[in-house]
Design a protein around this ligand. Sequence first.
Ligand SMILES: [Fe+2]
Length: 419
Amino acid sequence: MSLFQGLSFPGFLLPLALFFSCVFLCHGGTTSIFVRNVQKGTTMSLDSDVFSVPSGYNAPQQVHITQGDLVGKAVIVSWITEDEPGSNAVRYWSENSKQKKKIAKGELVTYRFFNYSSGFIHHTTLNNLEYNTKYYYEVGLGNTTRQFWFITPPEIGLDVPYTFGLIGDLGQSYDSNKTLSHYEMNPKNGQTVLFVGDLSYAENFPYDVNLRRDTWGRFVERSVAYQPWIWTVGNHEIDFAPEIGETEPFKPYSNRYYTPYKASQSTSPFWYSIKRASAHIIVLASYSAYGKYTPQNQWFEQELPKVNRTETPWLIVVMHAPWYNSYNYHYMEGETMRVMYEPWFVEYKVDVVFAGHVHAYERTGRVSNIAYNVVNGICTPVKRSISSGIHNHRRWRESWGVSNQHDRTTAGILGIQRV
Ligand SMILES: [Fe+2]
């Protein structure tokens, strides 16, 4: 049974599962009249305008950016060319620069998946960027050059407000498009998206499986080419298909979406950390080994003491499978990771956890099962003081906004600001 059984968590559509790790009596409550549709969303057809291919021979497509280092002074620019490799150079310059464009060169990868050969996937890192600066960048050649821009984050520090968008389980239905539009139009202006896993759901399209990875890349370009999306792997990125000879998990995802994992001494692109503004963000992998002695476990144990709360007072953890979920859908799939890691979350005072997977919105107060009163038979959480040490939640205001009310996706907004 769910730990939250008996509390009032309605069937919201937004699949953001959130909880605080310090022990606190949890009060459920209705915050929306929305009731999730039972039916799946209708998939956008291949000729939908949001999937359109940029015009011109070998034009770069599926352009996306993510943070490229630990501290927010680098950006990884990725894109795909379909006809031939073309150039893997990125030309970039700051808005106020009078200098010539700088050029960064990257790498090119391809992969095969069953009978499919990918396009030419480019990944180029722009290093040594200035904080809080608008940069323009170009990819492609000649008359198929395409130009985009992004704004680097402010320098890391205690008093630095920032706004994160939260999206997961996005897919490519009409609801997915509404979700993304709603995020883009949100007046809180999310500056970076924490993507909590499950991108394209391509494997749900057995006849278009590879096409659907490309359509999704073109669909989200309108946002992710202009602001970083911080990637987390979900179950729809595993792509383990031994029946067709595909036994390397995460192969398409690994080739298409890079992360700056080496900057945080991780040995895998699926778990890593970044700092951004006043937040230290730890990305965990729900579908990579995390038990005792595994690389992820060792890395995570060594990462937590590195968090400097006088520099980054916010400690945010992102994963795909939630530890707490009152739905029967995907119920308890995050339980074994919770058993392994929840004591560390309490010890290190993780502020907030974001997860996706369930396709239904709920959030909790600070709760942790390790201090539940299991003797009373109803598993009442035990109250515990949360104010100790340097970190004091009351100095900060969290502003929460639900950015969409459309089914089958996850989305929201988190603003952090010192008050
Ligand atoms: Fe999922």
